[in-house]
Design a protein around this ligand. Sequence first.
Ligand code: GLN
Length: 495
Amino acid sequence: MVSALPFDTLAAARDALRLRKISAVELTRAVLDRIDALDGTIRAYIDVGGERSVFAERALTVAAEVDAGTRTGLLAGLPIAIKDNLCTTFGRTTCSSKMLENFHSPYDATAVQKLEAAGAVIVGKTNLDEFAMGSSTENSAFGTSRNPWDTDCVPGGSSGGSAAALAAGLCLGSIGSDTGGSIRQPASLCSLVGLKPTYGRISRYGLVAFASSLDQIGPFGWTVADAALLLQAMAGYDRRDSTSAPVDVPDYLAELDVPLKGLRIGIAREYDHAEGVDPQVKSAVDEAVKVYRSLGATTVDVSLPHTKYGIAAYYVIAPCEASSNLARYDGVHYGHRTKEPVTNIFDLYSKSRAEGFGPEVQRRIMIGTYALSKGYGERLYHNALCVRAKIKQDFDEAFQSCDVIACPTSPEPAFKVGQKSGDPLAMYLADVFTVTCNIAAIAGISVPCGFTTDAKPLPIGFQLLGPAFSEPKLLRAARMYEAATEWHKRRPGSV
Ligand code: GLN
């Protein structure tokens, strides 16, 4: 039996490191031991043919520098895992795709650079759905990660490896990316806090592009404070990302514990009556809203009338952008090249791409290419952009009368591995509460709010959505709930 981590939040570990109750090397070793013992089951970290993307030696060297005082900063000595679609000069950057199986990036993503500059110990790179397309990690070319609360279930996706790594105690904080829910949904399925910051808040430089107008990097933590700490280290303008926002970074931790007075929580009629929401999820989220009321918040009815077109718009816009972004992987410029005999360059491209991309990525490329093709572009892509403007308008109007909007994160708790993998549409529909946040380029956070009554209880999360750059308020609102409840203290028994 491997021992539990001496601390299970970044905040606690940070205090202990500062007081020298533990060294960074000891903490890193404890994490590495747990990875050795448990990751064969959890499969949170990328594993390409037995070579796991865990950087033990490098992590211990960084930790030793922290202990020696030559590496300092906000995250000094804290063991962090990052999703394998963030470019790193160390290890591979695979995006869980055969296409990039052997890709070694010549540069580090800005977010990674910032984490390391803040003293973080990056222990490894985590599994995802191939190119971040999916909600379960089942689309990974390197195996499915497991949910530490019930290893028969998925951890969610696409940042499922980052969520599973944290929930299983194989790191103390982790980083994901969210294009349509890929941080918030796995956070919800693994009882973690997951934040999708405002578009432009964290530089996307070095984040392998899926849908560039929707992609955003963000943190996972056991607590709101841990998520805020990671955000603090990564946020800020970067001239290397033209969509990064020249907006000052506030101190997210300064007033985190100060409850918001007069918080107005919007309840969207359309979300309240959404079909297909598991009754246990519905009642847990309703209970969470009651907790807010008991803390003095008021609820306001709001309407998001175009929300019903959210999934349709997302599953046009995201594949359109993906089909264009993924054109570079042709076996010549980038990526896997076929070893089959080829007759001409097009044959080389198509054989390489057919071998390198998995079925879901191929499906998205085909949908996107179709939706952008002459004659269809007007009807599909341009319509989707109109819907996008309407969805944004809905939120702008709703936020006139409320500070945040509360709703479920995922309509259901974690599902069994294999349960939905044959039904892409069912998988897409489960993104109903998360995609509009990316479409409108606003901020969203998922917060643990209960468990199912299953023999192995599964986590439930609720989501708060806030206007662009409202992270300080969003985090405080989330913290207010967390401080009044105990859900964030539970840990999975199986690991
Ligand atoms: N599940 C969504 C999709 O498959 C969201 C993915 C994401 O946020 N990266 O596209």
